[in-house]
Design a protein around this ligand. Structure first.
Ligand code: PLP
Length: 399
């Protein structure tokens, strides 16, 4: 007999994956150019040349035995030192290489962090701000916690502080923030971060235990225009950062990221020990070595984000002109558009008539919207605009 919980997770595909698979079939039927697939967050821009340069150099110059061998469980010390130096020089983050743990992407960083801080014999909760990355639920429940969902405010998708204050209870162990956000693209303002940290500090005092702020940051370096993403260790001591190179360097298949435990945390060494323990228990020791060694050459570099910015400007401009309502995204590569009818699934079915493949927002914990992943070619966006216009016409948004 297998685990029923795991079987159910394996059988039920994510709605994003379902639409992605449908897109593949549809492209085979009617041709690549006629299907407008906006389903999945796979970067459409190549990794920067620095990645290729670093890998070629490593493959030709480094000792191959060391290059492909096991590193320390938490990652190579020189790599962790380079990450800490970069974060301290860029954000004055107060990072300590001995509190960094290299992971296979943000997914492993999140699941290790949750398993490290949650105590599965206790009744514990993790607060998430909706809309949120659907895997948070899978990771939190596997680690033994419940999710408490706090919807963000509309139309700006910032934090609803009254709702947050009510949601943080003695059972609350952590709050997850994801800025820039998947699926809205919204960046939390410094003012929002200050208020959030204030609420958490007061709750820590009232309840007498730490409430960790988990900052899920795969999109930190994908920002457009004059916005900055506050570095949370500077605002809140009990912070755990989960970073990934998947999107910033366009390397989602290589699986590389890290956890940073803030040295200012009161029990930092015990949290880090628990991170080591959770990494071990989950079988995540020693992230891919070649990509660990690539990191020092590529810190602070990104793929060409001007493509995403151009896509955002084009799509946001056109959709709002056609009468749709979208959150204004300052980062990541997603648009969150209000469905013109309450049922986003029904809206996505109508959009399919025009070969527009959009993702209903229900699984992100915020029904009534669709996510549009604009990490596609600019040509796809240009070709799809007449279809979006016809869709708007169907809903009498445009004449
Ligand atoms: N967190 C968010 C918000 C994401 O959007 C993703 C991936 O799309 C992840 C975490 C997982 O990222 P990774 O590929 O680095 O595991």
């Amino acid at each position: 007999m297998v685990s029923k919980k795991m079987e159910a997770l394996g059988v039920k595909k994510s709605v994003i994956r379902e639409i992605f698979e449908y897109a593949k079939g549809r492209k085979a039927e009617i041709g690549e150019d006629r299907v407008f697939d906006y389903s999945i967050g796979n970067p459409s821009v190549a990794a920067p040349e620095d990645v290729k340069g670093a890998l070629l150099r490593l493959l030709t110059e480094a000792d191959p035995v060391k290059l492909h061998g096991y590193t320390s469980a938490q990652g190579d010390p020189a790599v962790r030192r380079a990450i800490a130096d970069h974060l301290n020089a860029t954000y004055d983050a107060g990072a300590d290489p001995n509190l960094i743990y290299l992971t296979v992407g943000a997914a492993a960083a999140l699941t290790i962090s949750m398993n490290a801080i949650l105590n599965d014999e206790k009744d514990e909760e993790i607060v998430v701000l909706a809309p949120f990355f659907p895997e948070y639920r899978v990771f939190a429940e596997k680690a033994g916690a419940r999710l408490t969902v706090v919807p963000c405010t509309e139309p700006d998708f910032q934090i609803d502080f009254d709702a947050l204050e009510k949601a943080v209870r003695p059972e609350t162990k952590a709050v997850i923030v994801n800025s820039p956000n998947n699926p809205t693209g919204v960046v939390l303002s410094e003012q929002s971060i200050l208020r959030l940290c204030d609420i958490l500090r007061k709750a820590e005092e009232t309840f007498g235990h730490p409430i960790y702020l988990i900052s899920d940051e795969p999109y930190r370096d994908l920002i457009y225009g004059d916005v900055s993403v506050p570095y949370l260790t500077r605002y809140y001591d009990d912070t755990v950062v989960c970073y990934s190179f998947s999107k910033s360097l366009s390397l989602p298949g290589e699986r590389i990221g890290y956890i940073l435990v803030s040295p200012k945390m009161r029990n930092a060494s015990s949290v880090y020990a628990a991170v080591l323990g959770a990494g071990r228990a989950l079988g995540f020791v020693c992230a891919p070595a070649l990509f660990q060694f690539m990191i020092p050459y590529c810190l602070g570099k990104t793929a060409d984000t001007s493509v995403y910015q151009r896509n955002r400007d084009l799509l946001y401009g056109a959709l709002t002109e056609y009468g749709f309502t979208c959150a204004n995204p300052d980062g990541a590569f997603y648009l969150f558009m209000k469905s013109p009818e309450p049922d986003a699934y029904a809206f996505c079915e109508t959009a399919k008539k025009y070969e527009l493949l959009l993702v209903p927002s229900d699984d992100f914990g915020f029904p009534g919207y669709v996510r549009i992943a604009y990490c596609v070619t600019t040509e796809q966006i240009e070709r799809s605009l007449p279809a979006f216009r016809l869709l708007a016409k169907d809903y009498h948004l445009v004449s």
